[in-house]
Design a protein around this ligand. Structure first.
Ligand code: NCD
Length: 342
């Protein structure tokens, strides 16, 4: 299977045609493939609907706005949080979910991804899709044989993970609210920056968010640097970036430490993975050297990169981040199905 779809290099026009703005009508019926679809106003709308969803869950658990609507949840790669939070999001808004496990679908018989997705849209109103090929979700949403109903990218290989970036920004704004939110903050992205789709989407989203003065520090093993394409996108919006290999130096004066797993499944051999795994481990000793107001995020799953001893540190925000994922995905489903206003 190729790791990049031919459409991956050629999505800019179709993405530009599917820009998501502060006008909810631009979201209705639209797919979310890349954070490049987002405008500053679109992000503000998403964040405020997510806040409403959080309040809704806290006060009444949910409502029935998506009653009789069906989500098809299609995962060709492993997932716990993304899959379960999209399912819970749909259920909390009164909808139902069909889950497709690629191991048991007609993909096993050689059916193309496009045919599988066109089949599922006969049954469902919206699809969530995770697939190992970069650009594959763009192809399903905007390619020659595109589906006509919304598709939400739940991760396309090493490409993007837009709903994760949205929940990450929601979490940073929430956690740092008393300090003015994300604006002007120093964000350290740590770990496998080469293969981590969450950090690719997060850097690109923050860059185009209109949130001013954010500085990035990229801290990774030398073999796993942030890709040039992401750096170019960040540079286009004028954000500062600095590279580090030394974690202690990277966290000096930082506001956010965003930790990622070394993506074992993206390495050609186990030996190459072994060379770079466990180079950074955030433990209580590292935390003692970090600013007292710095928050720690991780999209999870973690392997060894944050020890469980850090979990009880009040700066460890990754479990709160995980819960926020459900609120943000409720907002996404409500918006693309035209049911965002309360
Ligand atoms: C991430 C992913 O799948 O990209 N997990 C997630 O969606 N929360 C991160 C990872 O697998 O390391």
């Amino acid at each position: 299977m190729p790791s990049t779809s031919p459409l991956a290099e050629n999505t800019s026009n179709t993405l530009a045609e599917n820009t998501l703005t502060e006008n909810p009508a631009t979201w209705t019926g639209s797919s979310l493939v890349s954070v490049k679809q987002m405008t500053p106003g679109g992000l503000r709308l998403l964040l405020s609907v997510s806040e409403e969803m959080k309040r809704l869950v806290r006060t009444s658990g949910g409502d029935d706005r998506l009653k009789h609507r069906v989500l098809s949840n299609v995962f060709y790669e492993a997932s716990t949080r993304t899959s379960c939070s999209f399912q819970s999001a749909m259920l909390r808004l009164g909808g139902r979910v069909v889950c497709v496990d690629a191991q048991h679908s007609s993909a096993k018989k050689g059916e193309t991804l496009s045919d599988t997705m066109r089949c599922l849209e006969c049954y469902a109103d919206v699809s969530v899709l995770r697939h190992p090929v970069t650009g594959s979700v763009a192809e399903v949403a905007f390619g020659a044989n595109a589906v006509s109903k919304p598709v939400l990218n739940a991760g396309d290989g090493v490409g993007e993970h837009p709903s994760q970036a949205l929940l990450d920004v929601f979490t940073i704004e929430d956690e740092l609210r008393s300090a003015g939110g994300l604006a002007g903050k120093t964000v350290v992205l740590l770990g496998d920056l080469k293969h981590g789709r969450t950090v690719h989407s997060l850097a690109k989203l923050v860059a185009r968010s209109g949130i001013e003065g954010v500085k990035f520090r990229f801290c990774s093993p030398q073999a796993l640097p942030m890709p040039q394409e992401v750096r170019d996108e960040v540079a286009k919006y004028g954000l500062e970036m600095e590279d580090f290999t030394d974690l202690k130096k990277a966290v000096d004066g930082a506001d956010v430490l965003y930790v990622t797993r070394v993506q074992k499944e993206r390495f050609e051999t186990e030996a190459l993975y072994d060379e770079v795994k466990d180079l950074y481990i955030v433990d209580p000793t590292v935390m003692a050297a970090c600013p007292s107001t710095m928050i720690v995020l991780h999209p999870l799953p973690r392997v060894n990169e944050i020890t469980t001893a850090v979990d009880k540190d009040p700066r460890a925000a990754y479990f709160r981040q995980m819960e926020n994922g459900m609120f943000v995905r409720m907002a996404l489903l409500a918006l693309v199905l035209g049911k965002a206003s309360l």
